[in-house]
Design a protein around this ligand. Structure first.
Ligand code: CP
Length: 308
């Protein structure tokens, strides 16, 4: 039984398969007329977000509600953080109100790991700096698995863009590789990781060469908020070399999937019309996020009884 979910490294292949199977079951629940099960009745899940979020925060809150848990939401703005309260005092104050799981997003790498040492509640990493975003990786893996069948053996995935500053790239590359995919990071040297230790990937600067062989094109947003220098000449230049334009998309195989964790910058890393095009599974990723987060919360807080 998992105690926390802090990194994809916490999960063996069998854990990944189990979570994705459970995610599949919960996806079926989310499609019922009444998309709710009593699995976590009496439990309380708090979202503790020190950074902005639309998808992750709302899908964790939706996931908890669909499992019949109570929810609390904390945002820095309007909280006593503005009066100088530390992260440790904040989480211990929230725990004293009686919570069973804390979903943490924080700009500092390792913050959820620290939180896990301060409280007894289960901790889920919802994105820590440029380090990890494990539930994004799980929803990406569920999405890809649903299109490929169980196992991603031999799937050729390119993750294009700002991998250096992307927690999504690190977690998703690890999860895809653990499930059998071949992952290549694509981008200018200034946006690729400084070191590939811990990254199960190849790298290239030549997106065009890869295009005809790819099963998945996974696009990243430029993480301006985590950059302290200008790392490429201009957005126009970036799009010219690394954007998924309509011309580049025409060179993909007909069944190549287009993925993006969101939020998108249409016209920069992806042409606006491709985001809704036939190869895009970007909306499916969001829907699968609720199911996979139900699976994570259920694994952390559930009794292990079958899903009703
Ligand atoms: N993909 C993702 O983490 O999106 P949000 O920042 O909106 O949660």
């Amino acid at each position: 039984m998992m105690r926390h979910l802090l990194s994809i490294d916490d999960l063996e292949r069998s854990d990944l398969d189990e979570l994705l199977d459970l995610g599949e079951s919960f996806l079926a629940v989310t499609r019922r007329d009444i998309p709710k099960v009593p699995a976590l009745r009496g439990k309380t899940v708090v979202s503790l977000f020190y950074e902005d979020s639309t998808r992750t925060r709302l899908s964790f809150e939706t996931a908890a509600k669909r499992l019949s848990a109570d929810t609390m939401a904390f945002s820095v703005s309007g909280s006593s953080v503005a009066k100088g309260e530390s992260l440790r005092d904040t989480v211990q104050t929230i725990e004293a109100m009686g919570v069973d799981a804390v979903v943490v997003r924080h700009p500092s790498a390792g913050a959820p790991h620290r939180v896990a040492t301060w409280i007894d509640a289960a901790v889920v990493n919802a994105g820590d700096g440029r380090h990890e975003h494990p539930t994004q990786a799980l929803l990406d893996a569920l999405t890809l698995r649903r299109h490929r069948g169980i196992g991603l053996d031999g799937a050729r995935v390119a993750i294009i863009g700002d991998a250096r500053h992307s927690r999504v790239a690190r977690s998703t590359a690890k999860a895809f590789a653990a499930l059998g995919a071949e992952v290549t990071l694509v981008g200018p040297p200034t946006l690729l990781p400084e070191s590939l230790i811990g990254w199960p990937v190849a790298t290239t600067g030549d997106f065009d060469e890869l295009l005809p062989s790819l099963d998945v094109v996974y696009l990243l947003r430029i993480q301006h908020e985590r950059q302290d220098a200008t790392l490429f000449p201009s957005l126009r230049e970036y799009t010219t070399r690394y954007g998924l334009t309509v011309e580049r998309a025409a060179r993909l195989k007909p069944d190549t999937l287009i993925m993006h964790p969101g939020p998108m910058n249409r016209g920069v890393e992806i042409a606006a019309e491709l985001a809704e095009g036939p190869g895009s599974v970007i909306t499916e990723q969001v829907a699968n996020g609720v199911a996979v987060r139900m699976a994570v919360l259920y694994q952390l807080l559930g009794t292990g009884a079958p899903v009703a």
